[in-house]
Design a protein around this ligand. Structure first.
Ligand SMILES: Cc1cc2nc3c(=O)[nH]c(=O)nc-3n(C[C@H](O)[C@H](O)[C@H](O)COP(=O)(O)O)c2cc1C
Ligand code: SF4
Length: 408
C-alpha cells in the first residue's frame, strides 16, 4: 500500500505514530510496552525482545549500538526482503525506537548481498528519513539523536548468526564468538548492542501505536502477536501470509497454500529453514507456535515452510542437511566442522546400501554429538532435519527402499 520511497506516504498510513507515542512515554514505559506485548525475536531463537532491550538499556557504556539482522539465509524465506523493499520506514521506525529506548545513537542494517533491491530501498528510505528529521540530530523534534547505515554482507549463512554477523560488521571473517559475553553486554566494537531481526523491529511501530495489549491479543500460549509465514517449494499458492500464531500447519499448507504445485500427494514439509525438522502429514495438526513445534522436535525459526511431494527421497534430504552444514560451517568447533563431513560420508554409505543398520546407528550417534557439542545452532540444529527424516520417513532408509524403487 505504501510508496516505499515516500516518507509522506508512510506518515499518511500511520507511520511514526508509534514513535511519537514512544517519545511521549520515555524509555522505561517503552520497555514495559515491548515486554507486555510478548514479542519474541523473529530471527529464529524466539528470545523475548523486551528482555533483550532491557539488558542493553541497563548496561553502562559510553556508546551502544542497534543492529538489524537482515541476512535472511533460511531456505524458503523472504519476509525480511519484502518488508525492506516494500515498507522500509517500518524497519527504520522500529530501530529508532530501540535506539531511544536503550540509549544508542547509531544503528546498522546488515543486508545480504543477494538483496540489491532491499539495499537500495533501505538506503533511499534512510536519506528520506534524514531529510524529514526522523534520523540524525534531535529526531522528531526531540532531544534524541539516532543515525543509520546499511552494510552489505558477502553471502555466508553463518553471518546470520548474531556474533558472526558482528565480526563481519567489524570487517573480519564471519566466525562465531563464544557466549558469554552476550552481545547485549559486549557486542559491536565491544559495546552493548541490541541485535534483532527485521521482523522484530517491524513489529515495534504497531505495538507502540496501538498498545501492547492490541498486539498480545493475537496468538496462543507464549507465542503472541502475528507471524509473517512464508510458503515455498512445491506449493500451489506460494507467498507471504501474515497471521496470528495458532493456525495449524495443515491449514497453512492445504487451505492457504492449496497443496502441492505438481498436484502429487504432499509427503513432507520442512519448517524453519535448513536447520528445521521435516514433518509428515501426521503432524499437520501442530499449531504454529514456538512451544508446540519444540514439543515435536521441530522449530518455527523464521517462519519458512518448504513443501515436498511424494517424489522426495528423504535420504538425500538428510544428506543435504549435513552437506549444507559442512559447506556453511565457520569451522570454529569440531562437532560441526568435522562431524558434518563425516555425516555426508555416512549417509552416502546408507544410500549405497553399505552396512545400513550400523551406519544408521552411527548417524544417530553423530547427531547427538553435534546437537550437544556444537558451539552454535548451525552445528547444533543440523541434527533436526536429519533425525526427523529418520524418525518420520524411516521407510526411505531401509536397506532396499521399496517405496523409492516403486516411484522410480
Ligand atoms: C547459523 C545461524 C544463522 C542465523 N541466521 C539468521 C538470519 O539470517 N537472520 C536472523 O534474523 N537471525 C538469524 N539467526 C539468529 C541470530 O543469531 C539471532 O538470534 C537473531 O538475529 C536475534 O534477533 P531476534 O531476537 O529479533 O530474532 C541465525 C542463527 C544461526 C545459528
Ligand atoms: S557449530 Fe559450526 S558454525 Fe557454529 S561455531 Fe561451531 S563450527 Fe562454527
Amino acid at each position: 500500500m505504501i510508496d516505499p520511497r515516500s516518507l509522506d506516504d508512510y506518515r499518511a498510513h500511520g507511520g511514526y505514530k508509534g514513535f511519537e507515542r514512544a517519545l511521549s512515554l520515555g524509555p522505561d514505559a517503552i520497555l514495559n510496552e515491548v515486554t507486555a506485548s510478548g514479542l519474541r525475536g523473529r530471527g529464529g531463537a524466539g528470545f523475548p525482545t523486551g528482555i533483550k532491550w532491557k539488558t542493553v538499556a541497563q548496561a553502562k557504556a559510553d556508546r551502544k549500538f542497534i543492529v538489524c539482522n537482515a541476512d535472511e539465509g533460511d531456505s524458503g524465506t523472504f519476509a525480511d526482503r519484502m518488508i525492506m523493499e516494500g515498507d522500509p520506514f517500518l524497519v527504520i521506525e522500529g530501530m529508532t525506537t530501540a535506539g531511544i529506548t536503550v540509549g544508542a545513537t547509531k544503528g546498522y542494517i546488515y543486508i545480504r548481498s543477494e538483496y540489491p533491491h532491499a539495499v537500495e530501498a533501505m538506503n533511499a528510505a534512510i536519506v528520506a528519513a534524514k531529510r524529514g528529521g526522523y534520523l540524525g540530530d534531535k529526531i522528531g523534534g526531540s532531544t534524541y539523536s539516532f543515525d543509520l547505515e546499511v552494510r552489505v554482507g558477502a553471502g555466508a549463512y553463518v553471518c546470520g548468526e548474531e556474533t558472526s554477523l558482528l565480526e563481519s560488521l567489524e570487517g573480519r571473517r564471519g566466525i562465531v564468538r563464544a557466549k558469554p559475553p552476550l552481545p547485549a553486554h559486549h557486542g559491536l566494537f565491544g559495546k552493548p548492542t541490541v541485535i534483532n531481526n527485521v521482523l522484530s523491529f517491524a513489529a515495534i511501530p504497531f505495538i507502540l501505536a496501538e498498545g501492547a495489549k492490541a498486539y498480545a491479543d493475537f496468538g496462543m500460549g507464549r507465542s503472541r502477536g502475528t507471524m509473517p509465514i512464508q510458503l515455498a517449494g512445491n506449493i500451489r499458492y506460494g507467498g507471504l501470509f501474515e497471521t496470528a500464531f495458532g493456525v495449524t500447519l495443515g491449514e497453512l499448507v492445504d487451505d492457504i497454500g492449496g497443496g502441492t504445485f505438481t498436484g502429487r500427494p504432499l509427503r513432507a514439509v520442512q519448517v524453519g529453514g535448513p536447520l528445521g525438522a521435516y514433518f509428515p502429514r501426521a503432524l499437520f495438526d501442530t499449531p504454529f507456535d514456538y512451544e508446540a513445534f519444540a514439543a515435536r522436535d521441530g522449530l518455527i525459526g523464521h517462519g519458512g515452510i518448504v513443501v515436498f511431494d511424494d517424489s522426495v527421497d528423504m535420504r538425500r534430504q538428510a544428506r543435504f542437511a549435513m552437506e549444507f552444514c559442512a559447506v556453511e560451517s565457520c569451522g570454529k568447533c569440531t562437532p560441526c566442522r568435522i562431524g558434518s563431513t563425516r555425516g555426508v560420508e555416512t549417509i552416502e554409505k546408507i544410500i549405497n546400501g553399505e552396512r545400513v543398520h550400523e551406519n544408521l546407528a552411527l548417524v544417530e550417534d553423530l547427531c547427538n554429538t553435534m546437537k550437544f557439542g556444537s558451539l552454535c545452532a548451525l552445528g547444533g540444529f543440523t541434527p533436526y532435519p536429519v533425525l526427523s527424516a529418520l524418525q518420520h520417513f524411516r521407510e526411505d532408509f531401509a536397506p532396499i527402499p521399496t517405496r523409492l524403487q516403486a516411484a522410480e
